[in-house]
Write a protein that binds this ligand. Structure first.
Ligand SMILES: NC(=O)c1ccc[n+]([C@@H]2O[C@H](COP(=O)([O-])OP(=O)(O)OC[C@H]3O[C@@H](n4cnc5c(N)ncnc54)[C@H](O)[C@@H]3O)[C@@H](O)[C@H]2O)c1
Length: 698
């Protein structure tokens, strides 16, 4: 092992909340020498995740140095590491990496992490990671350096989210994980999960994937882990890892090449080469098959350092900060003390959105939820759909049968609003996107609910103020705009209409929090934030096609940005009819800037679900009957011209939205796009991106 690296000199980061490594001797039955139990504790409760900055790493280094010397002298039997309640370790303190110390400091951060962590695997005695709570990034890596691991079945989050943020698991993760669980499983954790909106594992899943050797219940996790460690030390338990999925530590080149190719294809499909972190991590996992530790760790340190100083990481940190701080403390919201309790929810409509909303309210609020629709058949179909979604959650092991049955008992449906909504404190509508229909619906609901019942609309583009205008109590109407799929996209745009009162708004934000959504306050302006920007952007791409640009060219134009999907794939997801309807609404509101594409209108008229069909190779192609609908001749633009025009349009729209006060600050536009449109973290926020491109000045 190399000599311990000293802490980076330029620690310009904000004051570190120091995680201390507290050692104590534990005597295990039948084991003659004590086990040193190191507890990672930052001295705060569970609301402040434990992270390791420079001082924290140094504290761990000191604890491990003492343990190493005692082990070498034959004074201890083992070393174990665990965390404070709810947290094992949430990884490195990101502000350390963002300290602005340059590449040299970044190299030192990588090397110091390796030097400290690898002591755990290089002691004269075995080491144990007792993963009692959330383990993220450097937390997972710390456990990986140990000889053995136990995990609590109650751990809510296990993940290596580094690539998502623009860096890579650079304290041993890219080497140790594939060598523990095999390349395919490791790449799922390192590459595929971060690509999928930063998906996390829980304790049982991580255990099944081979990331821990034993799993215990949370209630007596530490006692059981210590007991198990004692059994390992006395030879009563032999740890077998040959049965890990994906062939465990298969060394053959073919297995690794296939797993790497699959993960690379997943990265290409999602970020199109635009986020370097994924590709650097792939190279390191490839290296992990043959390299020794020193070589692999040195390469990790170099990769980490390159990425720490990259613009993509700075962008990732900006986005991370917005999503973790601003989204949790929305700006401009009335006091939570004004919020009214919600003990029963009504949902008008039993269609695509309404059923997803009913399921979410049911799962999170656990109160009676009643649905209505135009006829009994639709109501029954909606209720049955929700019940089968609950069954699916049980089948996937994400809900117990008892819990599902309890929720099934809370859902009901009726064609009679009076019957369904009696006693409701909140009714949300998700009926057809037509102002007159929505006005009639609210009038009918108002006739059967108490004057204080909050009325929410899930409209994507209509005026909430207009919807409320003729009601007796317009002050209780608020926009509550979800994104499809509701379970996946975390954003709700909360729309304050002209007459919405503070209690209604406070209730909307309180409910949003209970639903575990990120709420952003927006003004009652056409299509609010996300749909307004997406419609403007799609409008420009469609206009280029109307002018004679081939679909393939227009669709590839945005690829260099690394957005999750291309414009015409997005169109297919939204549905041409919905897209046309929103484009028409926006054209009516802002005729100068929003166009209605003739090609899109023809596609809707032809009842096509989009412009693409998918070939056997999984790639989209434009079918002949769609080609027949396209304009002939005209003037074709290049990819660059389409991209330039779309970005200029986005910048113009952002500027106008800020002037109109649609949101409080530009950061809210960024947040909406990150959470509601899948705007990639590696681009940071949309407004700083457009500013960097010289297209936006404020
Ligand atoms: N589809 C999306 O991606 C999406 C996303 C966000 C918001 N929205 C908005 O959600 C709303 C619903 O959209 P959807 O896609 O679920 O539509 P949908 O067509 O799937 O469902 C609408 C349902 O409302 C019912 N309905 C119509 N008039 C009714 C009335 N008077 N009383 C009771 N029920 C009535 C219909 O029978 C239908 O079942 C729209 O305002 C839409 O803009 C849609």
């Amino acid at each position: 092992m190399s000599a311990p690296t000293t802490a980076p000199a330029a620690a310009k980061a904000p004051a570190e909340v120091v995680t201390r490594s507290i050692s104590q001797d534990v005597h295990l039955p039948g084991v003659d020498r004590p086990l040193v139990l190191i507890t990672l504790d930052n001295g705060h409760d569970h609301t402040r995740p434990t992270t390791l900055g420079l001082a924290g790493l140094t504290s761990l280094q000191e604890a491990l140095t003492t343990a190493r010397d005692r082990a070498a002298a034959g004074g201890i039997s083992a070393v174990a590491v665990t965390g404070k309640p709810f947290f094992f370790l949430a990884g490195a303190d990101l502000t350390m990496a963002a300290g602005g110390g340059g590449r040299e400091d970044a190299v030192r951060i990588g090397a110091l992490g390796h030097d400290v962590y690898r002591m755990l695997g290089e002691l004269a005695v075995p080491s144990f990671g007792f993963v009692n709570g959330a383990a993220l990034g450097g937390g997972v890596e710390l456990a990986l350096h140990c000889t053995y691991r136990t995990i609590s079945s109650g751990v809510p989050a296990v993940a290596l989210p580094e690539c998502f943020l623009g860096i890579l698991p650079g304290w041993g993760g890219t080497y140790l994980l594939p060598n523990l669980v095999g390349p395919a499983t490791a790449l799922e954790v390192i590459i595929t999960n971060p690509l999928s909106n930063n998906r996390m594992l829980n304790g049982p899943k991580a255990f099944r994937m081979g990331m821990a050797d034993a799993m215990f219940e949370p209630a007596d996790f530490l006692e059981r882990s210590l007991e198990w460690a004692g059994d390992v030390l006395t030879g009563k338990v032999a740890v077998e890892r040959a049965t890990v999925p994906n062939g465990g530590v298969a060394r053959d080149e073919a297995t690794w090449t296939a797993a790497l190719a699959e993960a690379r294809a997943a990265a290409d499909a999602k970020v199109h080469g635009a986020a370097p972190s994924y590709y650097r991590a792939l190279d390191l996992v490839a290296l992990a098959r043959t390299a020794d530790r020193d070589t692999a760790f040195a390469a990790e340190t170099e990769g980490l350092a390159d990425l720490i100083v990259s613009p993509e990481f700075a962008n990732g940190l900006y986005a991370f900060d917005l999503v973790n701080k601003r989204a949790k403390r929305p700006v401009g919201v009335p006091s939570a003390s004004l919020a009214r309790p919600v003990t029963k929810v009504g949902v008008v409509g039993a269609g695509l959105m309404a059923t997803q909303l009913a399921l979410l309210f049911l799962r999170r609020l656990k109160v009676p939820v009643a649905l209505t629709d135009l006829d009994a058949e639709r109501v029954e179909r909606g209720v049955a759909g929700i019940r089968s979604e609950l069954d699916a959650l049980v089948a996937k092991g994400r809900m117990s049968t008892d819990a599902a049955n309890r929720l099934k008992g809370l859902i009901s449906g009726s064609v009679e609003a009076a019957e369904a909504f009696a006693g409701a404190d909140l009714v949300i509508e998700a009926v057809f996107e037509e102002l007159e229909v929505k006005k009639q619906v609210f009038a009918a609901v108002e006739a059967v609910v108490a004057p204080e019942c909050v009325l929410m609309t899930n409209t994507s583009s209509l005026s909430v103020s207009a919807m409320a205008a003729d009601l007796k109590h317009p002050e209780r109407v608020v926009g509550f705009h979800f994104f499809n799929p509701v379970a996946v996209l975390p954003l709700v745009e909360v729309v304050r209409a002209e007459q919405t009162d503070d209690a209604t708004l406070a209730t909307a934000f309180a409910v949003g929090k209970q639903l575990r959504k990120s709420c952003v306050l927006v003004k009652d302006a056409p299509a609010f934030v996300v749909n307004r920007l997406l419609t403007r952007f799609l409008g420009e791409v469609n206009a280029a096609v109307d002018e004679g640009t081939p679909i393939e060219v227009a669709d590839a134009a945005i690829e260099p940005l690394g957005l999750p999907m291309s414009p015409f794939v997005l169109l297919q997801l939204v549905g041409p009819a919905v897209a046309l309807h929103v484009a028409e609404t926006m054209h009516a509101a802002f005729p100068d800037r929003f166009t209605v594409s003739q090609t899109l209108a023809k596609i809707v008229e032809a009842k096509r679900s989009g412009v693409y069909a998918w070939g056997m190779d999984g790639k989209p192609y434009v079918e002949d009957d769609v080609k027949a609908l396209l304009p002939r001749g005209g003037s074709a633009s290049t990819e660059e011209q389409v991209r330039d025009r779309a970005l200029r349009a986005l910048a113009e729209e952002c500027r106008i939205m800020l002037e109109e006060g649609v949101v409080a600050e530009a950061a809210d536009i960024d947040l909406c796009m990150l959470l509601g449109a899948g705007w990639p973290f590696h681009l940071g926020g949309i407004t700083p991106y457009l500013r960097r491109a010289g297209l936006l000045t404020r």
